[in-house]
Design a binder for this molecule. Structure first.
Ligand code: ZN
Length: 212
């Protein structure tokens, strides 16, 4: 494998471990990818069915733009690879990360009827690429969940096109997707969005409890 792939695979495994430790990738949930090269497209992709706390660099797969394995691995790429490929193509992303945290799952359901969540007024928003002030309104679209990945990839593409400023989206009762120009930026975006979703969730719980 290329040096780029080897380096990205090591970084992806390390991010998986740290996200797992934070409860964002429990069991075999969630998936991670990074672009190794664009022409032809090659992604380092997490395999299906592997505990993300135990993921090792040599388990990362190299896939093409049809989610077929092009490396000498016997594993199976994540079922959601088609969504990663769509985000890489439509956003020009260098990496895509997908988490299944408790708070993103709760908020993806609470706000589903509104089609998305507005996050505004928080200092942490400045961690999102291009955002300069807390006085920013971030719209995180919510997409209905599905097991038909080809159909879901089409909806994701349409949503990305309709919300060109979005740094991520939620799948209802499922999880959060975010991306970045680089793997470091994608990791930062997930950390920022997870922080903001948990903050909003906890705030609304406290407000309800104390009827503020
Ligand atoms: Zn998922």
């Amino acid at each position: 494998m290329s040096d780029t792939f080897t380096e990205l695979a090591a970084n992806l495994a390390s991010i998986a471990k740290s996200f797992h430790a934070r409860g964002w990738l429990l069991g075999t949930s969630g998936n991670l990818s990074a672009v190794v090269q664009r022409e032809p497209l090659r992604l380092a992709m997490s395999p299906s069915g592997i505990d993300k706390g135990e993921l090792t660099p040599d388990q990362l797969l190299s896939i093409d733009d049809n989610a077929r394995i092009v490396s000498r691995h016997s594993g199976k790429p994540s079922d959601e690879s088609l969504l990663h490929i769509r985000i890489v193509k439509d956003r020009g992303a260098g990496a895509v990360l997908h988490t299944h945290s408790i708070w993103n799952t709760i908020l993806s359901d609470l706000y589903a009827s509104e089609g998305g969540v507005t996050i505004e007024g928080y200092e942490m928003l400045k961690g999102l690429q291009g955002v300069q002030t807390h006085d920013h309104s971030e719209w995180l679209p919510i997409i209905e969940n599905s097991q038909d990945m080809a159909a879901l990839a089409e909806v994701v593409g349409k949503t990305l096109n309709e919300h060109k400023e979005a740094h991520g989206f939620l799948l209802q009762r499922h999880g959060l997707y975010s991306w970045g120009d680089s793997l470091a930026q994608a990791k930062r975006h997930i950390e920022i969005l997870e922080f903001l979703l948990e903050t909003m969730g906890r705030t609304s719980f406290i407000k309800r409890k104390h009827a503020i």
